[in-house]
Design a protein around this ligand. Structure first.
Ligand code: DC
Length: 229
């Protein structure tokens, strides 16, 4: 069977990551969370007190940025490592969420991370989620999905996730952060969040998780059989 690239883009908090993970499991593909890479870069810059307006400082710190993923067999989850340190929880904190859009609009950061993402997906058989996967990282992806959902519904889903991780946040804080990131991600100069013209749009506001995964599974099966002919 031909392996394909499944690109999942969309607004913050639409359930892209959990959907992409479930798809990867079903098809036996590798899941790559490109947002985690922007989050890890943000944490690296915050820890090193990088002046984001200083190109030299940004470039120097990009040289020492090593991001990797590893599967934790105890939790059954993929985790993100920054220079060998497990940062999976830290990159989901509001401290990082509040700065990640600022970092991800920097051209040099995007170039570096897009290159790494293309390397990770060059043999196909990947599900990658983000904001520019179908438009910039894999414009030739065999399946592109653009996920949307109502802002308050997204906020409530994210609140539940963070509370389960023991983080203290309010719905207001989350909704404000999601709205700000939507705005910054959609209006930035460097590869803004856009729906690719050949993407399938999926509004998940009123879909339950299994339904949203099943819809994409059906699209993926169609594409796999089309490209296997
Ligand atoms: O998917 P996420 O919410 O964890 O992503 C965090 C931020 O990273 C998001 O607000 C914008 C940025 N991002 C991006 O610019 N391009 C991507 N491909 C993925 C994420």
């Amino acid at each position: 069977m031909q392996k394909i690239v499944i690109a999942i883009d969309g607004f913050s908090g639409c359930g892209k990551s959990s959907t992409a993970k479930a798809l990867a499991k079903i098809f036996g593909y590798t899941y790559i969370d490109s947002g985690a890479m922007y989050r890890a870069a943000t944490l690296h810059f915050l820890d090193n007190k990088v002046n984001l307006d200083n190109k030299v400082d940004v470039l120097e710190n990009l040289k020492t940025l090593k991001i990797s993923f590893d599967f934790n067999s105890e939790t059954g989850k993929q985790e993100t490592f920054l220079n060998g340190r497990n940062v999976e929880n830290e990159i989901r904190s509001m401290r990082v969420s509040d700065h990640v859009s600022e970092v991800s609009k920097i051209k040099e950061v995007r170039e570096e991370l897009v290159f790494k993402q293309q390397e990770l997906g060059k043999n196909k058989g990947v599900v990658m989620d983000g904001r520019d996967i179908g438009t910039v990282v894999f414009p030739e992806a065999e399946l592109k999905v653009f996920m949307t959902a109502d802002l308050t519904i997204r906020g409530k889903r994210r609140l539940k996730e963070l509370q389960e991780k023991g983080q203290k946040v309010t719905l207001d804080e989350i909704v404000r952060n999601l709205a700000e990131r939507d705005e910054m991600d959609s209006t930035r100069k460097e590869s803004p969040l856009l729906m690719a013209s050949d993407a399938v749009e999926l509004d998940t506001s009123h879909l339950d998780f299994d339904d949203q995964v099943n819809r994409i599974v059906e699209y993926a099966k169609e594409r796999i059989s089309l490209y296997s002919k």
